[in-house]
Every structure is written in C-alpha cells, then in structure tokens.
Design a protein around this ligand. Sequence first.
Ligand code: PLP
Length: 406
Amino acid sequence: MFQVNENYLKLPGSYLFATIARKSREYSQAHPDRRLISLGIGDVTQPLAPAIIQAMHEAVDEMGRAETFHGYAPELGYEFLRNVIAKQDYADRGCQVEPDEIFISDGAKGDCGNIQEIFAEDSRVAVCDPVYPVYVDSNVMAGRTGDYDAKTGTWSRVIYMPCTAENGFVPQLPEETPDLIYLCVPNNPTGTALNREQLKVWVDYANKAGAVILYDAAYEAYISDADVPHSIYEIEGARTCAIEFRSFSKNAGFTGVRLGFTVVPKDLMCGDVHVRDLWARRHGTKFNGAPYIIQKAAMAVYSEEGKAQLKEQVAYYMRNAKLIYDGMKAAGYEVYGGVNAPYIWVKVPEGMTSWDFFDYLLENANVIGTPGSGFGPSGEGYFRLTAFGSYENTVEAMKRIQALSK
Ligand code: PLP
C-alpha cells in the first residue's frame, strides 16, 4: 500500500484566503445592496503594457514560421534575456552577476518553494515573522520544521525573527544559528525594506555563520528610498552567501503570464561544491518552465518604451499606496509600509484581534483587507491593505473608513 508524504499532512489548512472569501460571500448574500471593495488582494489589476503585448504578438508570429519556431527553451533560459538582466538589473547597478548565474523560471513562488531541496534535510531555517508563507510551508513539506504548536502558530525547528513596531519591522540577528535565512525585501506584508547598512549586517553575519541568505526581491520595483539596495549583490560579500529571487509579476503584471528568475552566484560554495550546480539540476531544468513567447515578452520590460510604461504602472499603484497610508493615518490609525512596497501595514485598535478588525471593516465600511495573523504569529494585531486595486476604489474605501472615525 502506498503511503503519502506525511509532512504534507502537518500543514495547517490554508484557511486565510478561504475564510476571507467565505466571510465576504456571506456578507454579500446577506446585504446584496452593498458594494464590497477589496484592498486585500496581492494580485495586480492593471493590464499588460502595450510594449509587452507587442513583443508577445511578434513572438507568437515567430512560433508560426518554421525558420523562427522555438521548441524546448535552453536550460537556464534564453541568453538574450539573461544578458539583458545581467546588464540592466545588475551591471548597471554596479554589481556583478554573470548571465550563467541567472536561472529563468515561471515565477518566484516555485523557486522560493523549491530552493530548500538543494540543502540538507536537517538545515535550520530562519524566517522573518510575519512574512510571505511559502518559505515556511515549503520547509514543512520537506519535513524540516519539527512540530506545530497550534496555540502559538509556530513550528519547533523554525527560528522566527519577529518584525514588529518595536523593532521598526527590521529582523534582528537570531540567537540560534540558522543554516538558511529567508529575507523578503521589501517585505510582504509589512512593506519594510532594509537599507544598505542593515543588509550589510546580514551579509556579514551569514558569511561568518556559514549560512545562506535566500533573498526574495519580488517587490524590488517598488523601492523608492535611495539607500535601499535593489539587489543583495549591491552589498559587498553577498556573492558568497546569497541567492536572489526576482519576479516579473508585480513590476510588469506577469502574475498570470508567469516569469521570474533566480540568481545563484558561482562563488556560493559548500566545501568544494558550487551550489549553482545543484540548482542547475532542479526539477524542470530541461524546459525551465518559461516559454519562448513569455521570455520574448520579458525583453520589452527592459526596452526604453517598456520601462517608461511600467514605471507608470508602478507609480499608479504607489499613488494608491500613498492614498491608503495617508487615509488610514487621517482616520487615526498607526500605519506602516507603503513607501517601498505596495503593502500598507496597519496596527489594529487595542482590544481587537486582526480578525476582529477584518469583521469591523467588512461590516462597517464594506472594505476587505487581510488579517495580519495569516502571515505569522507576530502578524497578530496588524492588518494588511494592498495598493493593487483601482484608484477609484481606493479613494472610495478611504472615504468610507474615514467616515467611521468621525
Ligand atoms: N515572493 C513574494 C514575497 C510574493 O509576495 C509573491 C507573490 O505574491 C511571490 C514571491 C510570487 O511571485 P510569482 O508570481 O513570481 O510566483
């Protein structure tokens, strides 16, 4: 009789978004005259930029002609794309990443989840708390996280690095030494970014401790502060201790199109093993999960025309972020994030849990957000609002919330 991987059974149900959907649906059914506005989504809403659509059309036409047809993509991804990434995302920012250290994929989620497979089974994992849940979940499925304590919402073998208002949402060096350190910068959900000095502390620590930093820069395009690096490789010493994940989802609207990449520098070594060579053997390496048409479309992300159009899209979302940040402040809340990220992190009023606040906004303002507890135990007491909705809805949501506080 076959057996299932019991580690999967340890995963607590992903009830966060299911519960949000159920509560919203039930409210709508009971109040069909009310229009709900969601400021809870982590998905983009603006359509693909014209330069991307044009590149896609051209690539589709190429696929229809024998002379320009493309079959399986090369293992690391097409050279044309890796070259432009190496130049524009790295060399132009003064850091060294070679095209053959870049692995094109179908998005950051898969890479963030799968990267743990190339490390030892007993690796100790450290995560910021709260954070994007994929890092912990993938290690749970790999059997690395020990036992779950439902009361505290923590795993016994995971090293949690609380990020709260008390420490400015900046993770502190852990007391126990981890092997793998997940850093999400800018952070989903708190919106916090680490500046050069703060990041240097982590790079020095990882090199000294013999740990690897798994650096998720999915929201890099939203960075506005000049002292916040766009890549961890802008920090001296990062090539020997860090892997970086990038995504085209939030900067170019590729959440449905799917494209991302991971950088594994050749200088990252375990004894005489190049970690890069292990990642080259990862699942799906033969086809790298990203079709020619999509990799061609991504080239438009780096064209002058495409860059101008995408800058506008990011600016559109960040205008929403500022509206939410200012609007929640004006309504009397303690508010964080929203400057280097499309996420606004709100402290919920004393005496309420983050789910209480969800119900309060749903019932009184007909606005939907995301309870902070869904992102880790230290997320309790906070609430995430996102800038990915339409401008009009964002304005209306802020009006409704401010009316409540009058
Ligand atoms: N990393 C972070 C921090 C995210 O918030 C998300 C998506 O919300 C992803 C990665 C997933 O990116 P992708 O769409 O490229 O899989």
